[in-house]
Design a protein around this ligand. Structure first.
Ligand code: FE2
Length: 149
């Protein structure tokens, strides 16, 4: 089974990208609402504001609560609790060598991908994965969503 799939959906228009960068990435971190003990100060999940939410609902899917993920440092190996698959659309890559890796149950690397900017993907987040090679003082910013809020 592939752990990543490129999907053909509309690209975000420039004004939506600018809206995200200016007004969304400093919002409240909802990432650890259910797991406060796991809080990492370099991982953020912020609900998209109304303008961005409306665009994503109208152009991608009505049935998803859209959010912005901001990663400032490499993520440890983990799997996403309660989520099997996730939309991901990178608008700032955090460095040219950033890779998204997938691992088997023994945490052996099975798959490594350098995601393209401005491209929709579906990622398998049920299995172990991480993000590596984020450049110092830079941010990796993507649009993502909760299918089961
Ligand atoms: Fe994850």
């Amino acid at each position: 089974m592939a752990n990543i799939k490129k999907i053909n959906l509309p690209k975000l228009p420039n004004d939506i990208v600018i809206e995200i960068l200016n007004n969304n990435i400093n919002g409240r971190n909802e990432a650890f609402d259910n797991h406060p003990d796991e809080a990492l100060n370099f991982y953020k999940w912020v609900s998209a504001n109304e303008k961005v939410q409306t665009w994503c609902k109208e152009n991608i899917s009505q049935d998803i609560h859209w959010g912005i993920q901001i990663i400032e440092k490499d993520l440890p190996i983990h799997n996403d609790l309660g989520t099997l698959a996730k939309f991901n659309y990178v608008i700032a890559n955090g460095g040219n060598d950033v890779v998204t890796n997938f691992y088997d149950d023994e945490k052996t690397l099975i798959d490594s991908h350098n995601l393209e900017l401005n491209q929709w993907y579906i990622l398998n987040v049920e299995i172990y994965h991480n993000v590596q090679n984020i450049q110092k003082n830079s941010k990796r910013i993507s649009i993502t969503g909760r299918i089961m809020p």
